[in-house]
Design a protein around this ligand. Structure first.
Ligand SMILES: [Zn+2]
Length: 134
């Protein structure tokens, strides 16, 4: 599901879950939400277009700067519907920020999580880390 969501325009950092312990309920809510997206017509439409050519072909279009092919235009249109769903009531699990104590400045600060690091919103300290993929 991840490459497809990425192709539809979901930023990478929203696809990586912040590595920490979650309550069962939090995970269940997030899973239900993701499952609803998976079963949606919007997702279905993107799948049909995304799988009409191989991932390598999509990659080549990007590398060669090819734009405006029929499948690219269709993907763009279909992606809008999927992104709308993705933005609707997205569980905190898929939101890349959380408040924690920074070891560097010792402030309780909002951390922004990216693919392989997190950054303190107060002092700007960067902590590298392994990312947890879906
Ligand atoms: Zn800090």
């Amino acid at each position: 599901m991840k490459p497809l969501l990425r192709a539809a325009g979901v930023p990478d950092h929203q696809l990586d879950i912040v590595p920490r312990e979650y309550k069962t309920k939090t995970l269940a809510v997030a899973f239900d939400w993701l499952h609803d997206i998976y079963l949606s017509n919007e997702h279905d439409k993107v799948v049909k277009i995304w799988t009409s050519v191989t991932p390598e072909v999509w990659e080549n279009y990007k590398l060669l700067g090819v734009e405006n092919l029929t499948e690219q235009r269709l993907l763009l249109v279909a992606s809008k519907g999927l992104i709308k769903l993705w933005k609707n009531k997205r569980p905190r699990l898929f939101i890349n920020r959380q408040t924690e104590i920074c070891e560097n400045c010792e402030e309780k600060a909002v951390f922004t999580y990216k693919n392989n690091y997190k950054q303190c919103g107060y002092c700007g300290e960067i902590y590298e880390q392994e990312s947890d993929n879906i």
